[in-house]
Design a protein around this ligand. Structure first.
Ligand code: NAP
Length: 295
């Protein structure tokens, strides 16, 4: 079997086009566009690239983008005050604190200061709790992006065995909750899981988010499984065997021979994260304006 390749880039383009259309309708109705504020503390080059991409993506879909930067030695109170100011600003529909923050700051504690209604990363305790309870709230972007990919390629989740490798608050835990909500039978694996290959080999839907290049080998993949590779690992171009130097957590070539569908790295899950951030910003703006939506 050679798998269908799930084109996250193309699906993200469609999501962004839908958001752009709906953002236009929102602006016409309310007289102002949805707005996203990003907060970057310090000069980490990787984080600066991510923030730049989020800012550009906002502009492309007709949203207002507020780019807030603080020095690497900014004290907790200064970051907290900025977040609270953004919470109160009616032009700002969504607030995102770019992680990781410098080591003297507590990222989760700062994230927790973001108003839940503006928490477009879906990482505050309130939104995490709403997700666990299956109640409406803002959902973390990368797991939402995976759900969108699975929906767009018509993967049946009801009753399916879904295995998530990785249990981070950012990805693994919310991913498991979202799959459970769609009535999958969910197993979450981590570094202490005893028989990782055996558990993975049961999966109809196998999702890897570990951060270890190609650790999910071909024999972990059941024939006909859908494989979603969330990992982003940077290798030298010689090691990676592709131009970008990026590889996922799955041995792509081996999994391609067994899976029915698979996401590539790059071009799979990655492009969906910003697309879902834009959608969350639109959803937040609508809810703040009292406009009904079905998200
Ligand atoms: P993380 O917080 O480091 O979590 C990694 C998870 O993998 C942990 O739960 C850890 O288990 C588990 N793990 C580590 N070694 C393992 C092993 N040998 N066997 C089984 N499980 C193991 O990472 P994360 O933030 O979830 O991110 C994971 C990957 O996804 C990274 O490559 C990251 O770059 C990527 N990512 C991509 C996007 C995107 O937009 N494309 C977004 C988010 C993350 P323990 O809990 O037991 O330590």
């Amino acid at each position: 079997m050679s798998a269908t390749i799930i084109d996250g880039k193309a699906i993200a383009v469609r999501v962004r086009a839908d958001v752009a259309r709906e953002a236009r309708a929102f602006s016409e109705r309310t007289g102002r566009p949805p707005g996203l504020a990003t907060v970057l503390v310090g000069e980490d080059p990787g984080s600066a690239v991510y923030v730049g991409a989020k800012q550009r993506a906002c502009a492309e879909v007709g949203m207002a983008a507020f780019d807030k930067r603080l020095p690497a030695d900014a004290p907790f109170l200064q970051v907290a005050e900025l977040l609270q100011r953004l919470n109160r600003d009616p032009a700002v529909s969504g607030v995102l604190l770019q992680l990781p923050v410098p080591p003297h700051l507590d990222g989760p504690e700062l994230t927790g200061l973001i108003e839940a209604a503006k928490d477009v990363d879906g990482l505050t305790p309130l939104n995490a709790g709403l997700l666990a309870l299956g109640r409406p709230g803002l959902r973390p972007c990368t797991p939402s992006g995976v759900m969108e990919l699975l929906a767009r390629v018509d993967v049946e989740l009801e009753g399916a065995e879904a295995v998530v490798v990785g249990r981070s608050n950012l990805f693994g835990k919310p991913m498991a909750q979202l799959l459970l909500q769609e009535n999958a039978t969910v197993t979450v694996c981590h570094s202490r899981t005893r028989d990782l290959p055996g558990v993975c080999a049961r999966a109809d839907v196998l999702i890897a988010a570990v951060g270890r290049p190609r650790m999910v080998r071909g024999e972990f993949v059941k024939e006909g499984a859908v494989v979603i590779d969330v990992g982003v690992n940077r290798l030298t171009p010689e090691e990676a065997g592709n131009k970008s130097g990026l590889v996922g957590d799955v041995d792509y070539a081996a999994a391609l021979e067994r899976a029915s569908a698979i996401t590539p790295v790059p071009g799979g899950v990655g492009p969906m994260t910003i697309a879902m951030l834009l959608r969350n910003t639109l959803v937040a703006a609508r809810r703040q304006a009292g406009i009904e939506d079905d998200a």
